[in-house]
Ligand binder design. Structure first.
Ligand SMILES: [Zn+2]
Ligand SMILES: [Zn+2]
Length: 344
């Protein structure tokens, strides 16, 4: 089968590889659409980061929509032909954290497209617990966004966003924009997005952001303070992963509020803890998701969230490097989520 395989930094190849077959408890899915994630992009530009170097070459990708073509031994809840999407985690089910249903913290975990072959391919094999059926009301295009939506929904849960809250999101990538949708769905009355790129900020406005604050407009802390009666937001969500964004998020948050860290960091950040102590702020991490993939599908099915605008292009898998990865590296204004079309 054809796949996009990671060999090294700036070296992702469209080539043939053996077709996988499902083990016990696993499904084989024929991929229709695969999404290029910020994580995939970081592996392309700066990797190896999270990719397992001993598994290279490795097919990238963990965001997909497709159809079940084979079920492994013991799988009774899926049938061949069903439309599905999925999330990326593999967990053991046995460790301290899995026994407490904290699957995102599994001690023996893995990740599709980073530690096992991923979905930028004609077929992928995934564990049954990481697969969800797509109802007729959810298109493949929406389904492929279930994974990033799950990340965002977990972040909103970690921040304990409640009806009526004000939420400030830092980051205009897929996760930042999904966090906007998730915060709205959780009942936040005002959601502000701190953006770098105008094109992406416009998508945020179109998806219901109450205000978009551009870094080029001046100090975002002052601008968000102006929007919140001088207080700052109840909850802020960091979706960038750069050294200066955690401090920015803390400064956007009111006294007694919560800052959620959802970005992936390569370098340490400098944070002044004086305001955390004196202003009684909470900082909480948010790694991937537990069962929020299911939540995402429910919200998509009854149209409480509509992520359609996030998809800025669909390109054939074979052109994925030039028309996908390279476009996302060089033109963040006009691109957010690029989907790879497998049969194109
Ligand atoms: Zn992703
Ligand atoms: Zn485990």
């Amino acid at each position: 089968m054809k796949a996009l395989r990671w060999y090294g930094r700036k070296d992702v190849r469209y080539e043939d590889m053996p077709e996988p077959s499902p083990g016990p408890g696993q499904l084989k899915v024929k991929i229709n659409l695969a999404g290029i994630c910020g994580t995939d992009l970081k592996e392309y530009t700066d990797g190896p980061g999270m990719i397992a170097v001993d598994k290279v070459p490795l097919a990238l990708g963990h965001e997909f929509a497709g159809r079940v073509v084979e079920v492994g031994r013991g799988v009774t809840n899926f049938k061949v032909g069903e439309r599905v999407t999925g999330v990326g985690y593999w967990f053991c089910g046995e460790c301290y954290y899995c026994k407490r249903a904290m699957y995102n913290l599994c001690l023996n975990g893995g990740f599709t497209g980073l530690t096992v072959d991923g979905c930028m391919a004609e077929y992928v094999v995934v564990p049954r617990y990481a697969v969800y059926k797509l109802p007729d009301s959810v298109s493949d295009e929406a389904g492929v966004l279930v994974e990033p939506l799950a990340v965002a929904l977990h972040a909103v849960r970690q921040g304990n966003v409640r009806p009526g809250d004000t939420v400030a999101i830092v980051g205009d990538g897929t996760i930042g924009l999904c966090a906007l949708l998730a915060a709205k769905a959780a009942g936040a009355s005002e959601v502000y997005l701190v953006a770098k790129h105008r094109g992406r900020g416009e998508i945020a406005s179109a998806m219901g952001a109450n205000a978009v604050v551009y870094l080029s407009d001046g100090n975002p802390v002052q601008l968000i303070a102006n929007l919140t009666g001088g207080l700052g937001a109840d909850v802020s969500i960091e979706c960038v992963g750069r050294p200066d964004t955690p401090q920015l998020c803390l400064d956007l948050t009111r006294s007694g509020g919560t800052t959620v860290i959802a970005g992936v960091f390569e370098k340490p950040s400098l944070v002044h803890f004086q305001s955390v102590m004196f202003k009684q702020k909470t900082i909480v991490g948010s790694p991937i998701y537990v069962d929020e993939g299911k939540t995402a599908i429910a919200l998509l099915a009854d149209k409480r969230i509509d992520p359609g605008r996030l998809i800025t292009a669909k390109v054939p898998l074979k052109d994925g490097v030039e028309m996908g990865f390279e476009k996302l590296v060089h033109n963040k204004e006009d691109n957010v989520k690029i989907l790879l079309q497998i049969d194109a």
